[in-house]
Design a protein around this ligand. Structure first.
Ligand code: 1YM
Length: 726
């Protein structure tokens, strides 16, 4: 039984796998007479046919295809959704075009503004979209680009299209989904412009006088006939995306302004992903400094890698292909790991740090404390995997491997101090691994995990198909008791956790498995842990964290999220992890009652009650006054009678009873079921790894050994800490 209520994405929430929810490739391939020059019409970031090279663009090179009707008919196929993610996708599409122009070496600056009326402007100082007439359509290239689902042009410099998008293709999609759009082009000393409504031109391409500016400026308003909400832009989401694009496009200046709040940001990273690595390593203690960095072009392929070791125990690795984040890795990551392990082993052997017959470093050893960014640009990316975000091109593996062997090998040779420090770190990891293995074997021999029966405190469900089974991880025995009584035992299992689980960031795996709460959780889930973790064996495909709505509850939630993030990340990747949303208040008025999930909602209801109360009183008072006036023979109809001031809480004129739920334990089983567990009525937030960088940053800040940044984070976020949402 699946929850019918919409599932909201949480903020740990994760990276929209670009190119995922777009037009299927097979469809565009079937389109007759489509000469695909660069990429198929869509998906912008999917598997695409081999690009052809060209030296320069002219209008005739654009393959005119179909109109924009299909886009308005099935917007979700082009921008993923008609919710907030789709709304942001419009921005990414237009920004991609500017990024491409920057990567082609023509634009240096990209500006993005969220206006007060939720129109968006994106501008670059590139060559400007071509405006010359197409010999067949006799239309301006600009109009063709903006109003047709073309297969892409021949794009400048004769190279491949670098950013994930389709130069110009995305622009027409955004146009189709906008109630209004205006494009201005500065080119050859003139300004050209055209305006559109729902993708159709409403003006000709006009010449508007002289300018020295060259570039493209696109302004649009998302169409409210298409999107659920057209002004829901989230500044942070926009900034995170643009910052990442700026890191991946070294040297490009990116300015962002939110006119609604006055917030603004400016990014320019001349060091590209090397600066990204510095940012990711943050306040961790560095082993080698500055990071290793290589940027190498091999024919049509560009390989950019940067890495740095820190004293941390975890790995922080980001891989990109054509600026798309490959959350599931791929061939570039495989090549990188193979070369990293090999070069470190070679160096260690050569310098007698690893004995000839001693244990070689494993791939796991060299992960510890590693912060790395791999960014490859290639003509024909193939994406596969669960979220279509895993790079599949085999040629990339050998290229990355050989670039790493050569350049990282030389780096080690040329910087012996750095090299020895790195070797020290990874050899320590190797020793810890051997020790941990020994410890784990002892623990396992004692039967800590394998062959263990399900923990006694787990109230399992009768359903055996994981796809239909839910596990509620509940804070405390008393709430656990209510949940056990309130649940639907057919498909809902309950695991109460007592107190706080270990601080997983600081604990080693063997220590953790020895912890009873962790052990119970691992056994209940059934997929093992750490390296051996296997998401296919998980017994529940909906794992719901249900904690109290107070600071302790938030803390336990963070601990659990850290645990899953570190040791069972696939659970998050597969979308199995959720956060329950118990109500904060119960408001009662007469026979009616409302469960309320946040303060805003509470205020709304109280306001309604206040108004209703006033109306009631004024009608009563009005009637009374009228009666009196009538009997006195006076005419005072229409006179306003003011209501009394009504006090919502506490005061003598209490408008309603408000009960604040601090703990789940305060709810009886029926209440818990109806408000938080019943799939028909509940809301659960799905946890995804949107900005894994940010999650990791917060996890490290909150959970790591270094006290100072944690203190700062808590001070900075003290106000929000009660509903800490990671
Ligand atoms: C704010 C959005 O779209 N910039 C942009 C787009 C293009 C060009 C330059 C461009 C590309 C080429 C030649 C080329 C586009 N060109 C095309 C098409 N910014 C924004 N800046 N001249 C100009 O790739 O050869 C589509 S978009 F199709 F004409 F190539």
């Amino acid at each position: 039984m699946a929850p019918k209520k919409p599932i909201k994405k949480s903020t740990l929430a994760a990276s929209r796998a670009r190119g995922q929810a777009t037009k299927p490739i097979s469809k565009s391939r079937k389109t007759p007479k489509v000469e695909v020059l660069r990429k198929a019409a869509a998906p912008p970031r999917g598997n695409l046919p081999e690009a052809k090279k060209s030296d320069s663009y002219s209008a005739k090179d654009i393959q005119v295809l179909e109109g924009l009707k299909p886009v308005r008919k099935r917007p979700g196929m082009y921008v993923g959704s008609t919710g907030i993610a789709g709304l942001h996708h419009l921005i990414w599409e237009i920004v991609d075009n500017s990024i491409d122009e920057a990567m082609a070496g023509h634009a240096t600056k990209i500006t993005m503004v969220i206006h007060k009326d939720a129109t968006i402007t994106v501008e670059d100082d590139g060559r400007g979209i071509p405006v010359d007439k197409h010999p067949i359509t006799k239309k301006s290239a600009l109009e063709t680009i903006m109003t047709t689902l073309h297969a892409g042009g021949k794009f400048g410099g004769g190279g491949y299209k670098v950013s994930g998008g389709l130069h110009g293709v995305g622009a027409s999609v955004v146009n189709a989904l906008s109630s209004w759009m205006r494009v201005e082009v500065g080119k050859d000393g003139r300004i050209y412009s055209q305006e559109y409504k729902q993708g159709e031109p409403i003006t000709a391409v006009k010449q508007e006088g002289a300018t020295k500016w060259t570039g493209t400026r696109v302004t649009w308003k998302a169409d409210k006939e298409i999107f659920e909400n057209v002004d829901d832009y989230d500044y942070k989401t926009v900034v995170d995306h643009l910052r990442q694009q700026a890191y991946l496009t070294k040297g490009v200046a990116v300015d962002i302004l939110d006119e609604r709040t006055g917030e603004s940001d400016h990014f320019k990273f001349d060091g590209g992903i090397k600066e990204y690595v510095v940012h990711l390593a943050g306040n961790k203690n560095k082993i080698n400094e500055p990071p290793f960095y290589v940027d190498k072009q091999i024919k049509d392929h560009r390989i950019e890698i940067s890495l740095q070791y820190t004293e941390d125990f975890n790995e922080n690795l980001y891989a990109f292909a054509n600026n798309i984040h490959n959350t599931e890795g791929g061939t570039h990551v495989v090549g990188f790991r193979a070369a990293l392990t090999r070069t470190l082993n070679n160096y260690g052997r050569k310098n007698n740090l690893i004995k000839e017959n001693g244990d070689a470093l494993t791939g796991e050893d060299v992960k510890e404390g590693l912060v790395a960014v791999i960014s490859v640009k290639l003509p024909n990316p193939q994406f596969e995997g669960q979220t279509k975000s895993k790079l599949g091109n085999t040629e990339i593996r050998t290229m990355v491997e050989s670039v790493m062997n050569d350049y990282f090998g030389s780096y080690l040779e040329e910087s012996p101090t750095q090299a020895r420090r790195i070797l020290g770190k990874v050899l320590l990891a190797a020793r810890a691994r051997l020790a941990a293995r020994a410890a784990r074997e002892t623990v396992l021999r004692k039967g800590a995990l394998e062959g263990m029966t399900l923990p006694g405190k787990l109230a399992d469900c009768s359903e055996r198909d994981p796809a239909n089974s839910e596990l509620y991880i509940v804070e405390g025995d008393s709430a656990g008791g209510s949940a056990k009584q309130g649940r639907d035992r057919n498909f809902q299992a309950i695991l109460p956790l007592r107190g706080k689980i270990l601080n997983v960031e600081r604990s080693q795996l063997d220590k953790m498995i020895a912890n009873n709460e962790v052990k119970a959780l691992v056994i209940a889930l059934g997929g093992g842990i750490g390296e051996q973790f296997d998401a296919d064996k998980i017994r529940y495909h909906r794992i719901i964290i249900m904690t109290d709505a107070d600071v302790d509850g938030a803390h336990i939630r963070v601990l659990l999220l850290t645990f899953f993030y570190r040791y069972m990340r696939d659970i998050i990747n597969r979308g199995y992890l959720y956060i329950a949303q118990p109500p904060l208040y119960l408001i009662k008025k007469g026979k009616e009652q409302w469960y309320v999930y946040n303060d805003e909602e509470k205020e709304k209801i109280l306001e309604k009650l206040r108004v209703a109360d006033l109306e009631k009183k004024s009608t009563k008072a009005g009637q009374k006054a009228k009666d009196e006036a009538d009997s006195a023979g006076q005419q005072n109809e229409g006179e306003l009678i003011e209501g009394e001031e009504v006090v919502a809480e506490g005061g003598p004129k209490k408008i309603a009873d408000i009960q604040r739920y601090k703990g789940l334990g305060e709810m009886n089983p029926e209440q818990l079921w109806s408000t938080t567990m019943d799939p028909e009525r509940r809301t659960i937030l799905q946890v995804t790894v949107d900005s894994a960088a940010r999650a990791d940053e917060i996890f490290s800040t909150l959970m790591g050994d270094d006290v100072a940044p944690r203190k700062k984070f808590i001070q900075d976020n003290a106000a929000a800490v009660a509903n800490l949402d990671i």
